[in-house]
Design a binder for this molecule. Structure first.
Ligand SMILES: NC(=O)c1ccc[n+]([C@@H]2O[C@H](COP(=O)([O-])OP(=O)(O)OC[C@H]3O[C@@H](n4cnc5c(N)ncnc54)[C@H](O)[C@@H]3O)[C@@H](O)[C@H]2O)c1
Length: 267
């Protein structure tokens, strides 16, 4: 994609101080976007964007961040819901020894749901009025592999991400006629970021590099992706050697899990 494809656009990236967030901020800035970098902690110096301290678990903090973005940049077009807490917050060797229900306090369960699930809804709720009014918007939700959502020993992280996956499919449908698209991007496996603690015991060189997330996120943010909505992209499967339209077509699946199960009994 030639540089400058996002010039004139303003983006919000949550979790901007994290491994994937920093890459996304840099990639969006490199394409000419102005970027508000939201996080509870300050991103490393030089990672780009305007740092806006925000706790996405707190709706009023999200509203404030959106207002600050609009006043700093005079617009808003793209929301990347990327922030999350990982299971290292409960126990750093959780990849080797799965977390049990007894280890999860009710407060910890709530915190994961508040950040990893409600956080994306809070940000969407705080941005949607502006995006709909201008009849152009991008919402890109970062989820995880279905295996992680369903896996034993991966609570509360997995079920919270399943909520975001389902919410993405529902919002894509709800916002369909409004010019606002909603898509899911996920890495496709463990990534070499602080969310995967050293105690995981993985060979770091075998982990997915965070930069794979940038290509689909930037393309979905661009005008080339007008009307592309309700999809799910495994970033590690996006073939960057192809022209973006072809890479997108091959990588695309529907967000969530439509088409499974028997039809609902309608009254
Ligand atoms: N790393 C992986 O293996 C992996 C795999 C699949 C999906 N993901 C997803 O990718 C996204 C980015 O993860 P990462 O690997 O860069 O993790 P990371 O831990 O490096 O970054 C997460 C960032 O989110 C921020 N954050 C946490 N709570 C917040 C809050 N309440 N408000 C605002 N910001 C908050 C953290 O401060 C941190 O900077 C997450 O949604 C994660 O679930 C990661």
């Amino acid at each position: 994609m030639p540089a400058g494809r996002l010039s004139g656009k303003v983006a919000i990236v949550t979790g901007a101080a994290g491994g994937i967030g920093q890459v996304l901020v840099q990639a969006l800035v490199a394409e000419g976007a102005k970027v508000a970098a939201l996080d509870v902690r300050e991103p490393a110096k030089g990672s780009g964007g305007l740092f806006v301290p925000t706790d996405i678990a707190d709706y009023s903090s999200c509203e404030k961040a959106v207002a600050q973005t609009l006043s700093a940049f005079g617009g808003l077009h793209i929301l990347v819901n990327n922030a999350a807490i990982g299971l290292g917050a409960i126990r750093s060797n959780h990849q080797k020894v799965p977390i049990t229900i007894d280890e999860i306090s009710p407060a910890m369960w709530q915190r994961f749901l508040s950040v990893n699930a409600s956080g994306a809804w809070h940000m969407t709720r705080a941005c949607i009025g502006h995006l709909r009014a201008q009849r152009w918007g991008r919402i890109i939700n970062v989820t995880t592999s279905f295996a992680t959502m369903l896996r034993g020993g991966f609570h509360p992280y997995g079920p919270a991400k399943a909520l975001v996956e389902a919410m993405s499919a529902g919002h894509a449908e709800e916002f369909k006629a409004s010019g606002v698209t909603v898509n899911v991007v996920l890495p496709g496996g463990p990534v070499d970021t602080p969310m995967v603690p050293p105690e995981s015991g993985f060979d770091r060189a075998a982990l997915i590099p965070p930069h794979v997330m940038a290509t689909p996120v930037v393309w979905l943010s661009s005008d080339a992706a007008n009307g592309i909505t309700g999809n799910r992209y495994i970033a590690a499967h996006w073939d960057a050697t192809l022209v973006p339209q072809e890479a997108e077509r091959r990588c695309r699946t529907p967000a969530g899990w439509p088409g499974i199960g028997t039809p609902m009994i309608a009254p």
